[in-house]
Design a protein. Structure first.
Length: 269
C-alpha cells in the first residue's frame, strides 16, 4: 500500500497507486509551478533538514496535467530520499497562503511537511529569515495535533517555547480541505487556518507573535546570530516547500509518501 498526501497547496491523502511522472513543468532541475520558477533541491549526501538525501528525479518532483506539484519521499536503491523546492524569486514581508487537502492528522510520526520563508545568507542579522507552517507529529505517534506555527529561532541551541505554537485543533479539522496563512511584518507575525478553501470558512487555529517577546540568538555549530525578536527578510529571501524525514530515517510505516501541492500565493506588504 502506498500513501499519498495531496497538498492544495492541496494535500489529499489516499491509499491508491502512485501517479506516473510526466515531464510537465520540469526543465532540468527547475520546475515551473504556480506561476513561479523553483529549484529542485538535490544532495548526494545527508544535508538539512533531517539530515536527508534530497532527490531531483522527475518521478519525485513533477507537475501533473492539472498543474499540481507532486513531491515524494521514496526509496531508491535502498536509500530514502526526501524532496524540497526553492523559489527562485525574492519574497519578503507579506501574506503567504497555502490551501491543503488531506488527512494531516494521521501522517507517519517521522514525516514533516514544511511551508516557509528562508534566506541562506541572512544567518547573522536575521537568523535565516525563517517563518514556518509545519505539519508533523515530531515522533509522537499518538497525537493528532500536527499543525505548528513557528518563528525561528526555536530550537537551535536553547529551546525557546514562546517562538512556536502547536495548534489545538479538533478531531477532523485537518482532514479534508484547509487553508493556512501567515502575514509577516517587521512588528507582527500572525498565522491563521480555516476549514475549506479560502479564508471565509470556519477558523480552526490562529496565533500571533510580536515585538514584546525577548530577543533570541540562533546557534549553529560554532556560529551565533545576533539577538533577534522578529527576523526580517533580506535580499535573497525565498519561499520553500519541503517534505522530509526526521533524522533521515525511513518512514515509520515503510511506505513511499507523496504530497501534491496545488498552489502557492504570496502578496507583498
Amino acid at each position: 500500500m502506498i500513501k499519498k498526501f495531496l497538498v492544495l497547496l492541496v494535500f489529499a491523502f489516499t491509499a491508491c497507486e502512485l501517479e506516473e511522472a510526466p515531464d510537465f513543468g520540469r526543465v532540468g532541475d527547475t520546475v515551473r509551478f504556480s506561476g513561479r520558477d523553483w529549484y529542485v533541491k538535490y544532495s548526494s549526501g545527508p544535508v538539512g533538514p533531517g539530515p536527508n538525501l534530497f532527490s531531483r528525479l522527475n518521478e519525485d518532483v513533477f507537475l501533473d496535467g492539472r498543474g499540481y506539484l507532486h513531491m515524494r519521499i521514496a526509496d531508491h536503491n535502498g536509500l530514502w530520499y526526501s524532496s524540497e523546492i526553492v523559489g527562485l524569486d525574492t519574497v519578503g514581508y507579506g501574506v503567504y497562503t497555502f490551501v491543503i487537502e488531506g488527512d494531516l492528522e494521521n501522517i507517519p510520526e517521522n514525516v514533516v511537511v514544511g511551508l516557509f520563508s528562508w534566506n541562506t545568507e541572512s544567518f547573522q542579522e536575521e537568523a535565516n529569515s525563517e517563518v514556518d507552517i509545519e505539519f508533523a507529529k515530531w515522533l509522537d505517534e499518538t497525537t493528532t495535533q500536527t499543525l505548528h506555527y513557528s518563528v525561528q529561532q526555536v530550537n537551535f541551541g536553547p529551546y525557546y517555547p514562546e517562538r512556536s505554537h502547536q495548534a489545538n485543533t479538533q478531531p477532523g479539522d485537518l482532514i479534508g480541505v484547509t487553508t493556512h496563512q501567515f502575514s509577516w511584518t517587521d512588528s507582527l507575525i500572525t498565522w491563521t487556518s480555516w476549514r475549506g478553501e479560502g479564508t471565509t470558512g470556519r477558523q480552526i487555529a490562529n496565533w500571533s507573535f510580536n515585538t514584546s517577546n525577548p530577543p533570541r540568538i540562533k546557534n549553529e555549530g560554532s556560529n551565533s546570530s545576533d539577538p533577534i525578536v522578529i527576523p526580517g527578510p533580506a535580499e535573497s529571501t525565498n519561499a520553500r516547500i519541503n517534505f522530509w524525514l526526521l533524522g533521515g530515517i525511513p518512514p515509520s510505516d515503510g511506505q513511499v509518501q507523496e504530497v501534491i501541492i496545488r498552489s502557492f500565493n504570496y502578496e507583498a506588504l
